[in-house]
Design a protein around this ligand. Structure first.
Ligand code: SF4
Length: 342
């Protein structure tokens, strides 16, 4: 495990740089089975000025060489029978030699998760398809040979352990981050998680939690309106709950609400709602202009950045204090230009 500073001096809104765990090969480290890397341009060129990466190559750290033979996931059936259709367990096995790395990798992943807990991570990006790092739809074979077809229902052993250890941490694969909407969502979540962790690190009170919830209202509404209302009810019950319980339930509800993708329709509803807070201060022409661009976004004709810039302009010009603090207006660094593409 190694920390790689992005080199820039930019920080999240809390004043601290974000720390993001990452599969080391995605940063250009030549640690793959064939001695190659899988450098990811978005992570290395675009995101690195805003974060410090904590890079991990589970296969190298568990003691495998570079280069090395390939590994694969093998489905083990009910009675320990390889390839059973009622597979209940997965083993990590070297393809040619059949060497079984399952227990070593699982032990390493558990130790690594304990170390990572001290790293104050705000997110994690994993290499797709890897039997160690892959998060979703990793190939699982019925046997070590290539005759049996694979099913895409597996999860890398390290990734599975990571997800169990950090159930609320935003975790994504680099492949999915090529989708503009998933990328924008992931980056929004890592900054939101960072702010939430910063709140928990203070001597937080119910009052400061309510303030946190209030400035995230529009963001939550864009992602998950019922989730926003559930969190509101939870906060209202806050005095009757143990502090730990309130913190855990709020964090779980907050992060799962933000994980729901905000559609153009949701964004248009939220911007119309915001517009309602200052529309009476505008003349008819300005009102028409705003509503038109919001509707154009709803119809998919223009990206989110267009109506949002207009809304933000009026919120600041008219000094609409209730809206000025909303994270929805500036959820992540504008240099990433994520809202130009959704
Ligand atoms: S996918 Fe994971 S295990 Fe494989 S080379 Fe990259 S960091 Fe190492």
């Amino acid at each position: 495990m190694k920390v790689e500073s992005g080199g820039g001096d930019r920080v999240g809104s809390t004043g601290e740089r974000l720390r993001i765990g990452v599969s080391a090969c995605l940063l250009g480290r030549e640690v793959r089975f064939d001695g190659q890397h899988k450098r990811d341009a978005f992570l290395v060129d675009d995101l690195s000025p805003f974060v410090d990466f904590v890079e991990v190559c589970p296969e190298v750290e568990v003691g495998m060489s570079i280069p090395r033979e390939t590994l694969r996931l093998i489905a083990i059936g009910e009675r320990g029978k390889v390839g059973s259709s009622t597979a209940t367990a997965t083993r990590l096995v070297a393809t040619r030699s059949g060497e079984d790395w399952t227990d070593r990798m699982t032990g390493y992943a558990e130790r690594s998760a304990r170390l990572l807990a001290r790293e104050n991570l705000s997110g994690y990006v994993l290499k797709k398809d890897s039997p160690s790092c892959g998060l979703l739809r990793v190939k699982r074979y019925a046997d070590t040979d290539t005759v049996h077809p694979a099913t895409r229902d597996g999860q890398g052993l390290f990734a599975a352990c990571l997800q169990r250890a950090f159930p609320h941490l935003p975790i994504e694969e680099e492949g999915r981050l090529r989708d503009a909407r998933l990328r924008e969502n992931f980056i929004e979540r890592i900054f939101a998680y960072h702010r939430l962790r910063a709140l928990w690190a203070t001597r937080w009170t119910l009052r400061s939690l309510i303030a946190f919830h209030t400035i995230h209202k529009m963001a939550l509404l864009a992602h998950d309106e019922p989730g926003y209302r559930r969190l509101g009810r939870l906060v209202a019950l806050g005095k009757s709950l143990a502090r730990e319980e309130l913190r855990d339930r709020y964090e779980g509800g907050f992060m799962s609400a933000l994980a729901k993708l905000a559609t153009p329709g949701h964004h248009a509803n939220v911007m119309t709602h915001m517009f309602g807070h200052f529309s009476d201060k505008l003349d008819a022409t300005a009102r028409r202009e705003i509503l038109m661009v919001v509707e154009d976004h709803r119809r998919g004709l223009i990206p989110l950045i267009v109506p949002l810039t207009l809304i933000r302009h009026y919120v600041r010009l008219l000094d609409v204090s209730y809206l000025g603090d909303q994270t929805y207006l500036d959820p992540h660094p504008k240099e990433l230009m994520l809202r130009n593409r959704v």
